[in-house]
Design a protein around this ligand. Structure first.
Ligand SMILES: Nc1nc2c(ncn2[C@@H]2O[C@H](COP(=O)(O)OP(=O)(O)OP(=O)(O)O)[C@@H](O)[C@H]2O)c(=O)[nH]1
Ligand SMILES: [Mg+2]
Length: 402
């Protein structure tokens, strides 16, 4: 983030002080006169010669400039060079954003998930089907993302996306394929569309990460046998499809928009797939759990974002993460009725011989969201004895990557 701010400061320095920069991608569409040193009259001459934007200026070749008699060639050359620096910078900034494709049948819950991530709960009730593709920039805990929400209605699926696949299915870091888990009648249709998308990726030589989102896994529904059956059906169907191709790996996550933490958790899983950051955090956690003979550790924010975790077995991972999320929900409830948040949250399972323990480390973002280190340990004393070491030595490292 710091880097990005630094860069936009540099970019701003090229423009007159009255020019407001809201979105990086707008910059290339600015008129030439927004640049420092380009007066309105010269700008109008440029426009008259078809050079209407910063981008047009940048696309000129310095060694082969058009003749504009009102502007000296060496001055024009300077402006072109500046425009080219700006263009390069803008492109670099945009590239840093992870591109997330939201794909799936109509009514699956794609746009709702994006609304939850942005805390726009109120719009969910009145959402209309997405028309075509909706692109949006999000900031997920400071992590820059561009989401491409591909409206799932049949007309778009049949007439738009596969006619020009290169416009939609290239350069994605990850695809979240959303399946409405409450609608088994449409599982075959969802599976066929998924296969078509994988074919398009294959033909384009693209290999994004894939995460299948089992949406509408509402709390009550999750408790039913029907939910379990539907999940099994989807997992089998989709795993088979992926096996038809060579290059893809899939993972599954369930969400409900009625519990924000499920959506946050799903997004964290998605981001850990596309960022090196969590790998680094995982390495640090691995180092720590080895030192204290623990079995698993996870860094989780109070609203359910998992920054990274390290475990040796899937069961331990589930144990730590699910316990953390549930106990944090409880802690949030205590907090909401006026109790002071405890620094340490602990659950002993003596018959099973272990303890799951969360320790508050710091508060994250302007909203001051507490972040806890969770660990599963058979000898929690060892862990407790090393917490100061963790805070003093390892946490500053982790902070570098948050
Ligand atoms: N029960 C339940 N309903 C949900 C959930 N998420 C979304 N919905 C509802 O499902 C409907 C469709 O949601 P959208 O987010 O518009 O679906 P979409 O995938 O964007 O649909 P298209 O834009 O047509 O592709 C809306 O009425 C939502 O309120 C959920 O987690 N649980
Ligand atoms: Mg939509």
């Amino acid at each position: 983030m710091l880097q990005e701010n630094d860069k936009s400061v540099v970019l701003k320095d090229f423009f007159k002080s009255n020019v407001l920069i809201n979105e990086v991608e707008e910059i290339l569409r600015f008129k030439p006169e927004t640049l420092i040193g380009v007066d309105k009259i010269s700008s109008d001459h440029l426009i008259a010669h078809g050079i209407k934007t910063i981008e047009d200026l940048a696309n000129l070749t310095v060694t082969n400039l058009p003749e504009i008699k009102e502007i000296l060639p060496n001055i024009l050359q300077k402006w072109v060079k500046i425009a080219q620096i700006i263009q390069k910078n803008v492109r670099e900034q945009l590239k840093r954003h992870k591109k997330i494709l939201m794909v799936g049948l109509d009514n699956g819950g794609k746009t709702s998930i994006l609304a939850v991530v942005q805390d726009k709960f109120s719009i969910i009730k009145s959402l209309l089907p997405t028309r075509g593709v909706k692109r949006e920039k999000l900031d997920f805990f400071g992590y820059p993302i561009i989401s491409w929400d591909l409206g799932g209605q049949i007309m778009y699926r049949e007439k738009l996306y596969f006619n020009r696949p290169e416009l939609f299915f290239t350069e994605a870091d990850i695809m979240l394929y959303v399946v409405d888990i409450q609608d088994p009648d449409r599982f075959p249709e969802a599976a066929n569309y998924f296969r078509e998308v994988l074919k398009a990726f294959t033909e384009l030589g693209e290999n994004p990460e894939l995460l299948i989102v089992l949406s509408k896994s509402d709390q009550d529904f999750r408790k039913t046998l029907q939910w379990q059956q539907n999940v099994t059906t989807i997992k089998n169907k989709f795993t088979k499809i992926v096996d038809e191709f060579e290059q893809f790996i899939i993972d599954f996550c369930d969400t409900t928009v009625f519990q924000k933490e499920t959506v946050m958790q799903m997004f964290s899983v998605a981001l850990t797939k596309v960022s090196d950051t969590s790998e680094i955090i995982e390495n640090i956690l691995e180092d720590f759990i080895n030192q204290v003979d623990a079995k698993a550790a996870s860094l989780v924010s109070m609203d359910g974002l998992i920054f990274g975790n390290y475990t040796r077995t899937d069961t331990d991972e589930m144990l730590v993460n699910n316990t953390a999320l549930l106990l944090q929900t409880l802690s949030n409830f205590y907090n909401s009725i006026g109790l002071i948040r405890e620094r340490t949250i602990k659950l002993d399972l003596p018959l099973n011989g272990f303890t799951i323990r969360g320790e508050k480390l710091f508060e994250y973002s302007d909203l001051q969201i507490p972040v806890y280190l969770w660990a599963l340990a058979e000898e929690p004393k060892k862990l407790e004895g090393k917490l100061d070491y963790f805070k003093e030595q390892l946490l500053p490292l982790i902070n570098l990557f948050l």
